[in-house]
Design a protein around this ligand. Structure first.
Ligand code: CA2
Length: 151
């Protein structure tokens, strides 16, 4: 059985669609999950989609991903800008990881201009709204596809 991709969401992302639509749009996290599942199905990928407001949950899930996931999409929310623990957990991963942000943190407050995640991931997609998640699925589909000549 092929391993799923983990889509991990951090604090307050469960509130998407309810406040600050000028920054995050009106798409809910449930809408994003449906979009991710649809895009993944096209690439024959399965999805394990999770959200937590707790940093330790995200660390536990990244550790779980080491053996159970084909790749990871991570929107760590505000922990992006604070978490050495997430940085360290990401460094221990050998599978592709795409960091996603709905907004463009570099156009926002200075405290959002530092990501502890970016130096430890394969790539980052930000500032294109909720569709960034579907684009990240596309990236993982390419990065996890069997290489030509390897069966
Ligand atoms: O743009 C992103 O995806 C962020 O990761 C979202 C985080 C923010 O701290 C990052 O700097 C950028 C915040 C997610 C909270 O979303 C809310 C949605 C509606 C109402 C309140 C918060």
């Amino acid at each position: 059985m092929a391993k799923p991709i983990f889509v991990l969401n951090g604090p307050n992302l469960n509130l998407l669609g309810s406040r600050e639509p000028e920054i995050y749009g009106s798409t809910t996290l449930a809408d994003i999950e449906a979009q991710v599942r649809a895009r993944a199905a096209q690439a024959a990928l399965t999805v394990d989609f999770r959200q937590s407001n707790h940093e330790g949950d995200l660390v536990d899930w990244l550790q779980e991903a080491r053996t159970k996931a084909a790749g990871v999409i991570l929107n760590a929310g505000a922990y992006t800008h604070t978490s050495v623990a997430l940085h360290d957990a990401l460094k221990a991963l050998e599978i592709p990881v795409i960091e996603v942000h709905i907004s463009n943190p570099y156009r926002r407050e200075p405290f959002r201009h530092t990501s502890y995640i970016s130096p430890a991931v394969t790539g980052t997609i930000c500032g294109v709204g909720a569709q960034g998640y579907a684009l990240a699925v596309e990236a993982l589909a390419a990065l996890t596809a069997p290489k030509k000549g390897q069966g």
